[in-house]
Design a protein around this ligand. Structure first.
Ligand SMILES: C[S@@+](CC[C@H](N)C(=O)[O-])C[C@H]1O[C@@H](n2cnc3c(N)ncnc32)[C@H](O)[C@@H]1O
Length: 315
């Protein structure tokens, strides 16, 4: 890991070299974009020098061009300055990689909602391309977050619920994580797609340490009982690719996240991420009552490599 202070100074030097014209453009909202917020509270001294549009700001607010995500963060700050883009990309990449997951947020909550995929779409979604991102990046990052933020209570059983849990691939990893730690557990899989749930039942991860329970199909958006037939309040709730674009609208996501909050144990954690853009932002989760412990995977935010968002929320 590099030195965040040095990386920030390199970023500032490049920003200061940019033309005044370009600085003004940095202030202009891009109508089809979403914004990325970097909190530089930790580096206040260095940051005091940053002037964007004539103002010294406590945050860098950079709209990201949604339509051309591979151009990345700084391309959107200077939408037509290819030269400046190259100058800024490297220091900003280094800098964001030094941040913690609660210092940078890519806010996609206002991206227009696309129609949701049908139930049958999910029969065989892994073969369509995003499956590898789940197994190679999303699951390892979420299990790391579970280890860092999750409960450790070897003397009691931990109840975990994987919402939008599909074929149980991730829930199985939660069960293994607990079993390896010698933790007693109950892991529940909740989803609407029967074919995926049948696969989940066949790969049951019941061990000496705990139970793996696959529920009958439930529409999580429609139901009033988000934790059906689960006898105690969950300590851990996860949603991998659940509160996301193509699955749920913003209002529905707010409703589901509120039900999660109401139903889970005080002090428990909720981890929400996915391949497509999240429908809620940190402020929404705070409004519901959660404490936000992580918002993103910093190294993924500049290249906008999925997943760039990972919310770790505590009740
Ligand atoms: C991107 S997949 C993720 C699956 C799983 N979390 C994983 O990591 O393998 C989205 C899942 O959400 C489920 N889903 C979509 N809409 C749903 C709804 N309204 N109620 C319940 N499940 C839903 C789909 O059936 C699918 O399994």
């Amino acid at each position: 890991m590099g030195n965040p202070q040095e990386s920030l100074h390199a970023f500032i030097r490049n920003l200061e070299c940019a033309s005044d014209d370009a600085k003004e453009r940095a202030e202009a909202p891009i109508s089809f974009g979403f914004k990325t917020t970097i909190s530089t509270k930790r580096y206040d001294q260095g940051f005091g020098k940053i002037e964007v549009g004539g103002k010294i700001r406590p945050y860098v607010l950079a709209p990201v061009t949604y339509a051309v995500p591979d151009l990345g963060l700084q391309a959107a700050v200077y939408p037509d300055g290819a030269q400046e883009e190259r100058k800024l990309r490297e220091p900003l990449t280094l800098f964001t990689a030094c941040l913690s997951g609660n210092e940078i947020e890519v806010d996609t909550s206002r991206v227009p909602t696309e129609p949701s995929f049908s139930n049958s779409f999910w029969d065989d979604w892994r073969s369509l391309g995003a499956g590898d991102v789940y197994t190679l990046d999303i699951y390892p990052s979420a299990i790391k977050a579970l280890r860092e933020h999750g409960p450790a209570a070897l003397d009691k059983k931990i109840v975990a619920v994987d919402l939008f849990g599909g074929d149980g691939e991730f829930a199985k990893r939660i069960a293994s994580c607990f079993a390896l730690a010698g933790q007693k557990y109950e892991v529940h899989v909740i989803d609407r797609n029967k074919k995926s749930l049948d696969t989940a039942s066949n790969r049951s991860a019941t061990t000496d340490h705990g139970k793996f329970v696959v529920h009958r199909p439930v529409d999580i958006i429609e139901t009033d009982d988000i934790f059906p037939n689960i006898n105690s309040r969950p300590d851990v709730v996860t949603a991998m690719g659940g509160l996301c674009q193509y699955i749920i609208t913003r209002d529905e996501a707010f409703h589901v996240a509120s039900m999660v909050y109401e139903g889970m144990r005080n002090g428990g954690i909720f981890i929400a991420t996915g391949y497509t853009e999240m429908r809620l932002n940190a402020q929404d989760f705070r409004e519901i009552g959660f404490r936000v412990e992580q918002m993103s995977i910093p190294k993924n935010t500049v290249p906008l490599k999925n997943p760039y968002q990972m919310y770790v929320l505590r009740k």
